[in-house]
Write a protein that binds this ligand. Sequence first.
Ligand SMILES: [Zn+2]
Length: 282
Amino acid sequence: MLASVIFCLSGSLTAKAGPQDYEALRALVGNAMKVIHSRTTHEFVARFQGVDISFNLYNSRFNPAAVYKHNCVATPSDEVVDCDLGLADELISEFKLAEMSGSQLDKETLRYYQEYIIEWILAHEIGHVVLRHGRSDFADDIRGFAVFDAAAQQRELSADSFAVDLVAVPDSTDFSAFGVVLTISNSLMRKSVCPETYPKVCSRMPAGVGLIYDYANGSPIKVGLSGSHPAYTARFLRLLYLIGKDVDAPGLKEEASGAIELLQVETNPGTWEPIKNALLKK
Ligand SMILES: [Zn+2]
């Protein structure tokens, strides 16, 4: 009875992650990186916000017996997260992160992308468990315009918000995880501005680091959802939006919110809306 009262109280507020949650996340990601090429499923238990969550981690590429392939699934009622770590490589390929750099990824860069993509995926699924959402998939079946359906994405937005809060430890100077979101956003912008040379840059978009949106002279950048996984695109745009809104790191915040101001998505055939409106539409 008491537990349910406490749950109701905390359920009405946004759960606030602390430094111990971040440490638990980093340890979990470290374990994930150790088993990313394993042929079997590995179970790890980690505590977040007082909830002991079991993580079944595997890579379906090497472990064909894995239950959920190309997906991470949170089952809050059992406090379990099943996650195919191979998703990291699929996202790296979906957003053409190797081709963007113009050559093959060196081992270290590949590992960096894998590690921090896995960190975001796991942080998001932890959000679903801690926030007691229903069972939810990372690679949900949402296709095309339904990605920005307000009702369907409220839960996703709150899990992402939890993830950003978990990853953005106050006073941390490690922005590696945010760097991955910026790189992916950069890829989406490049696809929009330089479709003929994508994933390489064109003269309209100078090469460089971070998000480069000055070239647009304030005109909107339309991000299409035509890829094979529009939900993935929406997911990273949501993270970019939340970083611009919630992360207490001035340079990063400015860069992310500046880009968000310019980005538009197609919410209905032929209707383009600023990403902020699309995300917050009631
Ligand atoms: Zn989700």
